[in-house]
Structure formats: structure tokens, C-alpha cells
Design a protein. Structure first.
Lengths: 538, 288, 337
């Protein structure tokens, strides 16, 4: 090819790209009013909550595209907003539930089908439950929390009757049936896609739907977008008003706010607290902030080794945290304070509740001197880099405040991928972190966070037999509904956690949501993901 | 040494001529002096403690009291931007000196000795070049941990091929030069020839390269900070400040990202122009 | 010609081997542990150890490397933890997005920088020469993430003239039928005007951000190359024979000055492909760059390795095609090599 020809032909190619000849109109006409556009920071990495390493956004896909046997009812919270009701268990795929002394029997709804039209049978339910207790990891762990452990417990009596045989009395069994994990899978479809290495078709369900939920995934571009269409034959509840949901991943927080403010996106959870506070004040969008049940952001101290093993040092730190500054400058008021109750004695039997510490540097300094550190000491404070938006300014404020009583620390940002690993090593002296439990019981929280079994969530390695005694007593009393013993035990561990302060509760975070004014029907769920089924777009 | 003195004088004269001829270079020199001044004396001149928070004055727009406004924690942005100059400049200078030493020496060795030394060094340079450079820098910092030292190392490694190639090309030309041959004939060892004959000739070219890559080094460090792999808080650093401010841009607090971004841009701009100017002075042939 | 290509491919092999080894070592040195990720929120040391055994990450590094190489030989790049998909599939789906953005950005830069360079070369040391230098240097001095944010803020949020930064298309449109993966081309082929216009609109701001960064090298090379050509004998002859200055510059000088500019373009293209990671992040662009950054932060080995390897192969191919192009345009080089 000669040079001149080359230049000519490349010029022609460029012209061909920039001036396409004729266009026809797009055939697909989209109805914006029946389509919801949700935006979030992160995207699901699976459509299946049972999947190994399935992330939180994957729970949302599972929740909306699968059904469970039972679900929770709804109540109004203090702000008058819809809030799932932990006390009310309602049927979803089951039409009724019979609780016997040693078993629970369910009758499946008539005419319910999966997305591919196959009828839902008790065999599907058994297969799904067997799968959840067998595959290991998170689903198996969560099933165990409701004493659902062995495949022999699950019996398909006939096509529409399913029975669970109880291995022990546990007041968490029924609530555990309405969490996202015990979803019902299309077992025939899954079985067509099993391989020798993959007897539960995990590869298949990661990328394909096998459910009966109100929405089915019609397009999935991992990391970018999920598009759902409504399943018009859904039997799990009243047919949703939305026909279509588009869920896009927008990594930049600024862009997410801009999209909402300009009316281009309908709904999002993922904005900085400051944006929620400002948007709420501007009143152009609906902003709802619901305290996340059973969740607390805290400062944790290593109770096993180093200076924080001394309770006096921990108390000194608790008196030196700039609580109010954190509430104002970091959270912009969008959280419930957990400090300044007046005393360190439990008020009532609910959890979370406020402790008595406030910012009092004189008291803090005195305690530190008493503990044998008149000149303070040097240490490190770590946090999860993935949550730097809140954690970083918070740590800087704490750093400045603790320096005044002589505790100087460097800030260590741990990449999100490694955070869990670092927590498991249990050797970080000082951290900030959030912990929350799905099942809303104080003893559930304390069992994971303070018990001497030293679970990963006991990030302080706090071990105290007296504490364990209270927690075990509350669990035992709860299972047999012994209110007096239960309350005494709860009061016991709450008081002790305030006095010993291995972790200093800072605040109860809000689950904030911002949506256009024409979106109604938002409901708070314990899993903190969006439920499209109740949403209405006017 | 009279010949050397003459050469030096003519060099200065040439420099004066270039600066006089090129107002842009003069301007860049002016900026450079200002930046160095801010880096050296800035911390003792700023009106506020750059680390002290004051939550009652958070997120204030620029005013007579706070020239660049305040950030989320009420820290004075003017003080932070000025104080950050030292750290950003340190990172850039340190990484450039490191790569100057490593890349320069490797390049001279490759160019002077040739053979397998040349092959190995050039293969290393090629391998680094084949990486997407920013991702390589990210990987190094992520693997080694985010500290100032590691940012310096990562930036130096990423720039290595550039220096090695330039030094190699120059050394290669000089190797055949008459004065090197003469030095060899008069019984000088390789080390002495490299030190006395090659290095002084390669040096100016590398200095030009240094000024050009200073800007890149600052941008690189800022980019790392932007994705969370920068220096540790609460140290002020331009890239981190832009990243922090990015979230506030949409809500109208433009100054938090804008001023550090501006400082970053001015510094990089200055080094790039300066690099051009230095090239005109040291190496008129390559003027572009 | 064939021999040249063969030689170049041969030369590239040690480079690629180096890239594979370095990437492997680097990703294994990342602080994260995929086993801890897989073990879920309620992990114990024991359950993590079990998963390590399952994943093979408890084996010595050299053994893991052997396994990685044998997977690579079979074209297996592994699975991404963050998106749950095979890396090869992800890269195939995302590469066109990055390439389209980069090429449009480059096109934009060329359209501005080449005329700027020519103007500067025809009037050295004039006002326009200095202005060119300042503008192009300013462009390369701007951190791309800062430029991107600023452009979104001004053109989308304040002025409302740019579309929302949600990726490659308006959210209510479906992507065109996959042919090349370049939305502009695919939409044109499918004669879908709406999608074409939307894709073009989405491209403007990110391409501009990237293009600004590419102005400097192109403008400089054009200027230098033009200066050299303008002082050459044949241009002097052309001038002397009374041709109009416009004709001399555009027809004679420019064509001959193109060669080094094309080389520079190749370098800039490979540089931009790597540099657009931050632009992609700002504009929610579903390209391979943003994919790699997320993966690196999450200590997700496989995508990082896949990304780096892809970029290295592209880099080698690009250099190769520049050499070939060079040989086609300028026969002298072919003879010399």
C-alpha cells in the first residue's frame, strides 16, 4: 500500500464512523413511569445468596427474585414510616404454618410457579433447604442460627406439604425462615445444571435465576447493571406496581447525588451523611433515615494485650472520645447518639442503648494516671478503608482528642479486602468498626460481640467468665420465655459492658435512603437492601 | 581549567539568553522559587495549625479569615495547601533522585559496556514499559503498604525505563567519542572513565529529564492518594485533599477540592515548563 | 516484512514473561486473603484455613505459580471475586468500552493538537507558539481525576448540558446488538439513531478529560517535526518556486512531518489506555481500567493479572503495528531493518 492510499483510506474510515448514513428509530419504547432507576456504589457479584463470597448487593438480587416460605409483616416506626415487623411472621410461598411440639408443617400456595412456569413443590423446598445447610459458609452458618442444621430435618410430605423436624427448641427457628438465606430454588432446573464438582449447581445460579420471586433478572452486566422485569404470575404477595427495575452502579458519590438531585435517578442508599442531611433540609427529595436495628459503630480496644488490657485505660479513652464533634462534623446528625445517658447503668432491656460517658478530658487524664500511664503511650488505630468516608474524619478527631491526654496514635487504613483477615488475627490495639445482627435480640448481639467464645465479631478479644455467664443465662431464659431471668441477665451484661468498656459505643447508624418525591412505599428491612415489591412510582 | 571556565561562562550566558528569549521559562523559574519558598518556610508562616480541627467552623467558604475556606473538620485549607507543598515536593524530589541514581547508573552501564549487561537492563526497562504504569505503581504501593517511602519507590520504579534509556543512549554515543578513547589509551580504568568522562556528559540530559518527571511524580502520588493509597492522615497532601473534596463538590463546597487541585496543577505546570527551559539551556538540539 | 514482524514478536517474549512473573509476585504480595473473603462474615481461623486448602493458596508460591502458568496456557485467567465472573469474559466485555473511550479521546486530542503544533511551528517564538506550549503543558499538568470531576460538576450539575455520568448509554436505552463492542459502530450498523446519539453524548466528557491530557505530546511532536521539515531543502525549493505558503505547509511539509507524529500517537494511545483508569472511575465507565483498580483495592488477584497481561500484549501489538505502519509509509526504514 502506498502512503497516499493509506492516508486516503484511513480518512475514509474515519468519515465512515462519524457520519453514519441512515438511522431508524429504536423499536423499544420504554415507559419511564413504571420503571424504577436505583443507583448504588457497589454491584452484586452473584444472583444467588448461597454463592461462595456473595456480597451484600447479591442479597438484594436474591431477596427480590426468590421467595421464602415465610416473610415478616409491616408496622409503622416512630417516624410513621413503613418498617418490617420482627414480631409478625406472614406467609409468602407457604399459605399456612402449623407449629407442633417437635415439628413445623407448611402448606404451599396453590398454583405458585417458578419463573419458567414449573410448579413449586415441597421437593423444591426440601432441595433448597438441604442445599443451604450443606454448602457451607454463610448460608449454613445462618441456617444454624435457627437450629436448622441437618438435611434429615427437612421432609417433603407430599407435593404441597413440607415439614421441618426440630432438633431443639429455639425461638429463632421461625424468624430464621424469613431471612434471605432459606430461599426456594427451582430444583429441577438446577439439577439440569449440576456437574460432578458442583452438585448444587452453584455456578449456574450465580449467573442465572432459578426462583419464583416478584422480579426476574432480565439483564445482568456484572459490575455495571442489573435489569429486572416483573414476574406477572407471582403468588408470593400482591403484584408489585413497578414493571421494571434498572439498578446501575455509580462509583462516585458526587455523581450519585447529582443524578438524584437532577431527577435522573429514582432512589439510592449510598450517599455520604452530609448529602443526606442537606438533601433532607432542601426537601426536594424524600429522605428517610431509619436507625439500623441492633447495630453500633464503636471504638474497640484490645482487651487481651497492651495498655488497653487495663480497664482503667479503656475508661480513660471512653472519657476522651469527642462524641458530639463526631456526631456533628462526621455524621451531620444522621445517627442516634449512644453516649451521655447520665450513668453507666442499663435503662430498660432494649439494645442498643446509651452509656454514661461524655467528653471529659480531666477525668480521662486522671484515670490514665491512675492506670500508670501519666505520660500516655503510643499506639495505632485501624479502620476499614472501604468505609473511609466516615472512619477517616472520625479517627482524625479521636486522634486529636486522645493526644491531649497523652495517647498518640498513627492511623492505619486497612484495605476492605483485608479487614476481616486483620480482625481475625485479633492483634490490632485500637480500631473503629460497625457490628450489627440480623436477628434483633440483645443476647444475640452480645453472644457474637462480647462472649468469651471469641468470635470474629468480638474484635477486642474480650474474655470474662462473668460476662459469659450473663449472656448464656439470657439465651437460656429466652428459649423458655422466662422473662424475669431474661431481664436480669440482659441488665447484667449491659451494665458490665459499660463498666468494662472493651468497646465504646459511639452511635447507632442510620440506614438512609434518598428518593424522588413520586416514589412511595419504601420499607425498611433488617437486611438493609432495597425491596422493590412495595415501591410505587407515581 | 581556563577552558572549563569559559565553557561555564558561556553556559551561564546561554542560560541568560534562553531565559531572556523565552518569557515562559522565566515565568516558570519564578514559580519554582515560590514553590521552594512555600516548601521551606511555609510551615512556619501559615496562619493556622494545618492539623487542628475546629468543628464549629467546618465547611466555611473562602473568606478574609480563611483564604481558601475550611474543610469538613474545620481545618484551614490555606494552611494545609501551603504545608502540603513540602510533603509533595519531598515525594517528588526523593523519587526523582532515586530513579536518577538507579536509572542513570543502569543506563550508563548498559550503554558503556553493552553486551549482556545492556541486554538485561534493557529487558527490565521493556518489561516495566509494558505495564500500565499507574496500575503498576498502585500494585507496588498496595503490596508494600501505603507509606511515603513506598510511594517514592513506586514512582521511581515506574520512571526507571525513561532514565535508563536516555542515559544509555548518551553513554553509547560518548563511548566512541575521541576524548573517551584518549582517556582509555592513557590507562584509565572503566570506573574512572565513567566517573570523569561519561557521567559529566550524561548529567545535564538527566537533569532535564528530572525536571520533566518531577511533574509526573507529583501527579502519580496524587493519583495514588485519590484512590486511597496515599500517605496516612492527617498529614496534608494535595492528592488526598482533592479526593476528600471530590465528595463535596456536588454539594457546592467546591473550594475543598479546588485549591489543592490548583496547587497541584501549578506545581506540575511549573516543573514541566522548567523542564522545557532546562532542555533549551543544556541541550539546544532537542528543543521541541 | 514478515521477518521484521517475526523478529519483533520474538523480542517481545521475554518482556511478556517478565510481566507475567512480576504481576504474579506483586499480586501475591497484596495484603488481602481471598480465603478470608470466601469464608464469609462469620469466618473462623479454621474455616479460612479450609478454604485456603481448597483454593490452593496454602501451597508454596512456586507451586501456585506453576498452576497459574498451566491455567494460562489453557487460556484460563481465573475468576474475579468482585464480579463473580471469569476474568477472560470480563475483559472481553470491557475492553471495547475502554478502547472506544481512548480512541475518541485521542481523536479529540489530534484534532486540536495537530493544528496547534503546525501553527506553532510556522511562527516559532511568536505569541501563538508560547500559547501552544502553555495550553498543552497545562493540559498535561491537570490530574485527570480532577479535570473529570470539574467537568461533571460544571457541565452536568450546574449547566445541565452534558448527560448524566452513568456509563456508556442513557439508562433507559438497551445497548446495541453486539458486533464490535464499540457502541458507536454497533449502533450505526444497527441503524439505531437514538442509541448512537446517546452513546456519543456519554462519550463527550470522559473523552475530553482524556484528550486534554494527550494534547501536550502530540502538539510538541507535531511542532518539532514540522520545524524540521520546514527547514529542509525540498520545502525551501517549493517555496522558492513560488507556491503559496498554505500549500507548502499543508501539502508538502505536513505530509512529511506525519511520520514521527504517528509514532507518538502510538505511544500516547498505549499510555492513555493505562491512564484512563481514573477517568473510568469518575465517569462510571465500565472499562477494564476501573475493573482493575477495584480488583487491586480488593486484593482480587485474577482480574489484576488478566488486566496487566492484556495491556502488555496490547502494548507489544501496538508497537509492532507502528513499526509495520512505519515500514509501509516510509520504504527506507524497511530497507534499513
Amino acid at each position: 500500500m502506498r502512503r497516499r492510499d493509506f492516508l486516503k483510506s484511513s480518512a475514509a474510515a474515519v468519515a465512515g464512523v462519524s457520519a453514519p448514513a441512515i438511522f431508524t428509530r429504536s423499536a423499544e419504547a420504554q415507559t419511564r413511569s413504571e420503571t424504577l432507576l436505583a443507583i448504588s456504589e457497589n454491584a452484586p457479584n452473584s444472583q444467588d445468596i448461597h454463592g461462595v463470597g456473595a456480597n451484600r448487593p447479591a442479597y438484594e438480587v436474591s431477596w427480590n427474585s426468590y421467595d421464602r416460605l415465610m416473610t415478616y409483616g409491616v408496622k409503622k416506626d416512630e417516624q410513621g414510616q413503613d418498617h418490617y415487623d420482627f414480631k409478625k411472621i406472614e406467609p409468602e410461598l407457604a399459605e399456612d404454618m402449623n407449629v407442633g411440639p417437635s415439628s413445623i408443617t407448611f402448606k404451599l400456595k396453590r398454583g405458585a410457579t417458578f419463573h419458567d412456569g414449573a410448579p413449586i413443590t415441597a421437593a423444591d423446598v426440601k432441595w433448597s433447604f438441604d442445599r443451604a445447610v450443606t454448602v457451607g459458609g454463610f448460608p449454613t452458618f445462618q441456617m444454624k442460627a435457627g437450629s436448622l442444621e441437618k438435611t434429615e430435618q427437612f421432609v417433603a410430605v407430599d407435593d404441597r406439604t413440607f415439614r421441618i423436624d426440630l432438633i431443639r427448641k429455639d425461638h429463632m427457628t421461625i424468624p430464621d425462615l424469613a431471612v434471605p438465606v432459606p430461599a426456594i430454588y427451582n430444583s429441577e432446573l438446577c439439577k439440569k445444571n449440576v456437574t460432578a464438582q458442583d452438585p448444587w449447581a452453584m455456578e449456574f445460579t450465580k449467573n442465572n435465576g432459578a426462583g419464583s420471586g416478584a422480579f426476574k433478572v432480565s439483564r445482568w452486566q456484572p459490575g455495571t447493571e442489573v435489569v429486572y422485569e416483573r414476574f406477572d404470575d407471582w403468588k408470593g404477595g400482591p403484584l408489585p406496581k413497578l414493571r421494571r427495575v434498572i439498578w446501575r452502579t455509580i462509583p462516585s458519590a458526587g455523581n450519585r447525588r447529582a443524578l438524584l438531585e437532577r431527577g435522573d435517578a429514582d432512589i439510592s442508599f449510598d450517599l455520604p451523611n452530609k448529602d443526606f442531611a442537606e438533601l433532607a433540609a432542601a426537601r426536594q427529595l424524600s429522605i428517610i433515615g431509619t436507625p439500623v436495628e441492633n447495630a453500633i459503630q464503636y471504638v474497640g480496644m484490645n482487651a487481651k494485650e497492651g495498655p488497653f488490657a487495663n480497664p482503667k485505660v479503656r475508661q480513660a479513652v471512653a472519657w476522651a472520645i469527642p462524641y458530639q464533634k463526631i456526631m456533628d462534623a462526621v455524621l451531620f446528625g444522621r445517627a442516634a447518639p449512644m453516649f451521655g445517658d447520665g450513668d453507666n447503668v442499663a435503662t430498660g432491656f432494649a439494645w442498643p442503648q446509651k452509656h454514661g460517658y461524655t467528653t471529659d478530658l480531666v477525668k480521662a487524664k486522671a484515670l490514665l494516671t491512675e492506670a500508670g500511664f501519666p505520660n500516655g503511650f503510643e499506639t495505632t488505630m485501624s479502620f476499614d478503608l472501604g468505609l473511609a468516608g466516615v472512619n477517616e474524619p472520625m479517627c482524625i478527631l479521636i486522634q486529636e482528642s486522645l493526644a491531649q491526654i497523652g495517647i498518640r496514635f498513627t492511623i492505619n487504613k486497612v484495605p476492605g479486602s483485608n479487614w476481616r483477615n486483620e480482625l481475625l488475627k485479633k492483634n490490632m490495639p485500637l480500631i473503629t468498626n460497625t457490628f450489627g445482627g440480623w436477628l434483633n435480640y440483645p443476647e444475640y448481639f452480645f453472644f457474637w460481640a462480647y462472649h468469651g467464645q471469641n468470635a470474629v465479631f468480638n474484635t477486642m478479644s474480650y474474655q470474662n467468665t462473668k460476662m459469659d455467664g450473663f449472656i448464656d443465662a439470657a439465651r437460656a431464659a429466652g428459649a423458655i420465655d422466662d422473662t424475669a431471668a431474661y431481664q436480669a441477665a440482659v441488665k447484667g451484661f449491659v451494665d458490665m459492658s459499660f463498666d468494662e468498656v472493651p468497646r465504646i459505643p459511639l452511635y447507632q447508624p442510620y440506614l438512609n435512603v434518598a428518593m424522588q418525591k413520586n416514589i412511595t412505599g419504601y420499607r425498611y428491612w433488617f437486611h438493609r437492601q432495597l425491596d422493590y415489591r412495595q415501591l410505587v412510582k407515581a | 581549567m581556563s577552558a572549563g571556565a569559559v565553557a561555564e561562562r558561556s553556559g551561564i550566558a546561554h542560560a541568560r539568553y534562553v531565559i531572556g528569549e523565552n518569557p515562559v521559562t522565566a515565568f516558570a523559574f519564578g514559580l519554582f522559587v515560590a514553590i521552594v519558598f512555600a516548601a521551606v518556610l511555609g510551615p512556619s508562616l501559615v496562619p493556622y495549625d494545618p492539623l487542628a480541627s475546629n468543628t464549629s467552623r467546618a465547611l466555611q467558604a473562602p473568606s478574609a479569615q480563611h483564604w481558601f475556606g475550611t474543610d469538613q473538620l474545620g481545618r484551614d485549607l490555606f494552611s494545609r495547601v501551603i504545608v502540603a507543598t513540602r510533603l509533595d515536593l519531598t515525594i517528588a524530589v526523593a523519587s526523582v533522585i532515586l530513579v536518577f541514581a538507579l536509572g542513570g547508573l543502569a543506563g550508563i552501564a548498559a550503554g558503556y559496556y553493552g553486551g549482556w549487561i545492556d541486554k538485561v537492563i534493557m529487558r527490565i526497562a521493556d518489561t516495566i514499559m509494558a505495564f500500565p504504569l499507574f496500575v503498576l505503581a498502585m500494585g507496588i504501593v498496595a503490596a508494600l503498604g501505603n507509606s511515603v517511602t513506598n510511594i517514592v519507590i513506586a514512582t521511581a520504579i515506574v520512571n526507571f525505563p525513561l532514565y535508563a534509556r536516555v542515559a544509555r543512549a548518551e553513554a553509547n554515543i560518548r563511548r566512541e567519542a575521541g576524548y573517551v578513547e584518549a582517556a582509555k589509551l592513557s590507562g584509565n580504568g572503566d570506573g574512572r572513565i565513567v566517573l570523569m568522562q561519561i557521567l559529566p556528559n550524561v548529567f545535564p540530559i538527566l537533569v532535564v529529564q528530572m525536571s520533566l518527571t518531577m511533574g509526573y511524580a507529583i501527579l502519580n502520588a496524587a493519583g495514588l492518594s485519590f484512590i486511597g493509597l496515599g500517605v496516612r492522615p492527617p498529614m496534608p497532601e494535595w492528592g488526598i485533599m482533592v479526593a476528600e473534596g471530590a465528595a463535596f463538590m456536588v454539594s457546592g463546597e467546591w473550594w475543598i477540592a479546588f485549591f489543592p487541585g490548583l496547587a497541584l496543577m501549578i506545581a506540575v505546570f511549573c516543573f514541566n515548563l522548567l523542564g522545557d527551559g532546562l532542555r533549551d539551556i543544556f541541550d539546544p538540539r532537542r528543543r521541541t | 516484512m514478515l521477518l521484521l514482524i517475526f523478529n519483533r514478536v520474538l523480542l517481545a517474549i521475554p518482556t511478556l514473561v517478565g510481566v507475567v512473573v512480576v504481576t504474579f509476585v506483586l499480586t501475591r504480595a497484596l495484603p488481602g486473603d481471598p480465603a478470608a473473603y470466601f469464608a464469609g462474615p462469620a469466618a473462623t481461623q479454621q474455616s479460612i484455613q479450609e478454604i485456603r486448602v481448597k483454593l490452593g493458596t496454602d501451597r508454596p508460591l512456586i507451586e501456585q505459580f506453576g498452576r497459574y502458568i498451566s491455567d494460562l496456557a489453557r487460556g484460563e485467567l481465573g475468576n474475579s471475586l468482585t464480579t463473580g465472573q471469569p476474568v477472560g469474559k470480563e475483559i472481553k466485555a470491557r475492553l471495547p468500552a475502554s478502547a472506544e473511550l481512548t480512541l475518541i479521546g485521542l481523536l479529540f486530542a489530534v484534532m486540536i493538537a495537530v493544528p496547534m503544533g503546525i501553527l506553532a511551528a510556522t511562527r516559532p517564538n511568536s505569541f501563538i507558539d508560547h500559547a501552544t506550549r502553555i495550553v498543552s503543558t497545562a493540559g498535561v499538568s491537570l490530574p485527570v481525576f480532577f479535570t473529570g470531576l470539574l467537568l461533571v460538576y460544571v457541565f452536568y450539575y450546574i449547566l445541565g448540558v452534558a448527560p448524566s455520568p452513568v456509563g456508556r448509554l442513557d439508562v433507559f436505552l438497551s445497548p446495541p446488538r453486539h458486533v464490535t463492542g464499540f457502541y458507536l459502530i454497533d449502533a450505526a450498523l444497527g441503524r439505531d439513531r437514538e442509541v448512537f446519539v446517546s452513546a456519543l453524548k456519554q462519550l463527550v466528557l470522559p473523552a475530553l478529560t482524556l484528550g486534554i491530557f494527550a494534547l501536550a505530546p502530540i502538539a510538541r511532536m507535531t511542532r518539532a517535526s514540522m520545524l524540521a521539515v520546514l527547514s529542509s531543502d525540498f520545502v525551501r525549493t517549493a517555496r522558492a518556486s513560488g507556491l503559496s505558503p498554505y500549500k507548502v505547509v499543508v501539502t508538502y511539509a505536513f505530509r512529511n512531518a506525519m511520520l514521527p507524529v504517528i509514532t507518538t500517537l502510538g505511544m500516547v494511545l498505549s499510555f492513555l489506555l493505562g491512564a484512563n483508569v481514573l477517568v473510568e472511575k469518575v465517569f462510571a465507565w465500565p472499562g477494564i481500567g476501573s475493573f482493575a483498580v477495584e480488583a487491586l483495592i480488593a486484593s482480587d488477584f485474577a482480574p489484576v493479572q488478566g488486566f496487566v497481561l492484556t495491556m502488555a500484549v496490547l502494548y507489544v501489538l501496538l508497537n509492532l503495528s507502528i513499526d509495520v505502519l512505519y515500514g509501509l509509509i516510509d520504504p527506507r526504514i524497511r530497507i534499513n531493518s
